[in-house]
Design a protein around this ligand. Sequence first.
Ligand SMILES: Cc1cc2nc3c(=O)[nH]c(=O)nc-3n(C[C@H](O)[C@H](O)[C@H](O)COP(=O)(O)OP(=O)(O)OC[C@H]3O[C@@H](n4cnc5c(N)ncnc54)[C@H](O)[C@@H]3O)c2cc1C
Length: 394
Amino acid sequence: MVAIDKGTAAGVSFALTEEQKELRALAHTFAEREIRPHEAECDAEMRHPADLIAKAHELGLMNLHVPAEYGGLGLSAFDGLLVSEELYWGCSGIGTSITANGLGSGPVLLFGTQEQQARWLPPLIESPILCSFALSEPGAGSDVAALRSTAVRDGDEYVLNGSKTFITNAGHAEWAVVFAKTDPAAGRRGMSAFVVEMGSAGVTIEKHLEKMGQRATDTSAFALTDVRVPVENRLGEEGDGFKIAMATLDFTRPGTAIGAVGVAQAAYEHALEYSKERVTFDLPIAMHQAVGFMVADMATEIQASRLLCWQAAWMLDNGMGREATLYSSFAKRFAADTAMKVTTDAVQVLGGYGYIKEYPVEKLMRDAKLFQIYEGTSQIQRLVIAREIFTPKG
Ligand SMILES: Cc1cc2nc3c(=O)[nH]c(=O)nc-3n(C[C@H](O)[C@H](O)[C@H](O)COP(=O)(O)OP(=O)(O)OC[C@H]3O[C@@H](n4cnc5c(N)ncnc54)[C@H](O)[C@@H]3O)c2cc1C
């Protein structure tokens, strides 16, 4: 059983360093000046924001965790949250396009050998290329071990076959970490992970999926047909795939959760401003207690979500393993559900205008829904939390 933490955060200061404040300000300014002006158009047209990805890359707002020895900044999980919240505040679809390399490169960062890291990480710093994390399949989302893609060893290569779906940025990625079964009879212990170049013969993008929200991010389905991958592209040993996938998701979960905080913060700010301006029955609607309390709950729950994300990231940065898994799920579950509630309430505060596309909050409500689904649904987060609470430690 993992004890609920009462004291480990005692050493944490909530005062950000000057560098952290500057990093956050840089991301905020970028979100305000570059992302916001394009969010409506990218949403309406499902436009992949290659130009904004390139600008973010130039400013050093991508691939934050790549170590200095490979040309990156080697920033902490905590620092990454400061950037992500602002980018998602700008637009979560564009924000996801910019930050998803963190998920794509996560398995290489966490499990790659020196040679593998030296091969795959520096190009991410040198130019704004994208990489993806290809775990989900048409028949395997929450139930990861049910995946059916196979990788069969043939001399110095593996031959991969299967279908992947819902893969962020896959339609524009240079490479993806693909999870496939090397021993289909062994369930989760039979999964392995491979870096696959998306230009390889046999990789076919089948569909750019049309989504309800976060429409600026490409989400694609692709097929693998007799794709030959050299043995040196396997991450870890055969059978390590499940462990690699779960550890990567533990690492990225607070970063996804803080995206939900950014969306909720944006909705809150719109609702707050509108509630001060809109007059009914001779009063600004903020003065009607029902509206004022909605705004008060938004502010409270957003801050609680932000602090859970910060604590989870701090635990990851301090090597707190199993506790970090629990807190990452606390953060993801709570922040995702908060974003859904806050954005729904923001539409309510704007009344009929909230439902109209000329106003920004209906998009935020559509965008928020995804946080309850990807990188582990809210139900799966509860499953993880219950398992961590009830399973004996050790
Ligand atoms: C826009 C988008 C981007 C994505 N990006 C990626 C990506 O980059 N890479 C990648 O690999 N995947 C990605 N995904 C896939 C995503 O992680 C899965 O959609 C998610 O894990 C849910 O899987 P599923 O869709 O198969 O739903 P299912 O697993 O079929 O779940 C359906 C419903 O049943 C519930 N449920 C399932 N099992 C249980 C259980 N044991 N207990 C309680 N409830 C349960 C779920 O919570 C959900 O409500 C993305 C998805 C979307 C929509």
